[in-house]
Design a protein around this ligand. Structure first.
Ligand SMILES: [Fe+2]
Length: 271
């Protein structure tokens, strides 16, 4: 993938999008959920256009449902392509999960059974999506709270999907950390087993602990242990773009920018 995005980026939220326009200090790039912006009216589109004139934007989708047995929603993909084209957005990632079944949208991301059948289904759909969007697809490892019976380990499943589909990896380091605690495995070993040569970019975020479970809320600052895991990962991937996700309890923009700068210092790791 050409270096369309590089360095550290930030998830763009409505709550500070307008403020961004008045700032001279921006992250190297922003990421948006296209579903949140595609149907918006003139004001939001104009704001996004102005931001896009200054820095690259990546799209991280929510509703593709790549692992669902349902057929792809071609109408949605057509609208998505128009949106990506009109904002000159080349980077598009989605979740390795399903979020619809029997034509119903479930408004959450569910894990796939780690099976050969899932690998084949996802790979077939990836190729179709890439054909329609005329862009390569990047898939993210999700956080999950129940596992379906499968035939392989999660890392084997991710590697098999990347191999069979040709998609690249959005490696969410916080998701690995959260899953490692909830499902009791070693996050460092997990990362070492992934085919990191296929990493397109990385996500990092905060999470919250509730009694015996840890939830990937994106509602708190990134903790030091996750920063350590990020550094460990970057030492193995070499320099790849890293994005800070913050979707809840959103602090003032300047505070987020401080966190982005801390990540920027790590982005050169492995150079
Ligand atoms: Fe993520």
């Amino acid at each position: 993938m050409a270096k369309i995005i590089e360095g550290s980026g930030l998830g763009l939220r409505y709550s500070f999008a307008e403020e961004v326009l008045e700032k001279s200090d921006l992250p190297s790039w922003f990421e948006i959920a296209p579903e949140n912006w595609m149907k918006r009216g003139g004001f939001f589109k104009r704001t996004l256009k102005k931001i896009r004139e200054r820095v690259p934007i990546a799209c991280h989708g929510l509703s593709l449902s790549i692992g669902s047995p349902d057929p792809l929603n071609r109408e949605f993909l057509k609208e998505l392509k128009e949106f990506l084209d009109s904002f000159e957005i080349e980077v598009y990632s989605e979740h390795l999960s399903f979020s619809s079944l029997g034509g119903e949208y479930l408004h959450d991301l569910f894990p796939l059974p780690f099976t050969e059948e899932s690998v084949r289904r996802v790979a077939q759909k990836v190729r179709k999506v890439e054909e329609i969007l005329e862009r390569s697809l990047i898939l993210e490892n999700i956080s999950y709270y129940l596992s379906l019976p499968g035939e392989m380990e999660e890392w084997e499943f991710i590697n098999a999907v990347l191999e069979e589909s040709g998609a690249r990896l959005l490696l969410d380091v916080n998701n690995v950390y959260v899953n490692s605690l909830n499902h009791r495995y070693n996050p460092y070993e997990f990362i070492e087993k992934l085919d990191l040569s296929k990493t397109a970019y990385i996500h990092i975020a905060g999470h919250e602990r509730f009694d015996r479970i840890i939830i990937d809320t994106h509602g708190a600052p990134v903790i030091d242990e996750v920063y350590r895991l990020l550094e460990f990962t970057l030492q193995r991937t070499g320099p790849v773009p890293v994005l800070l996700e913050r979707d809840n309890n959103i602090p003032p923009y300047d505070e987020l920018l401080e966190e982005v700068k801390r990540i920027e210092e790590l982005c050169g790791v492995g150079k």
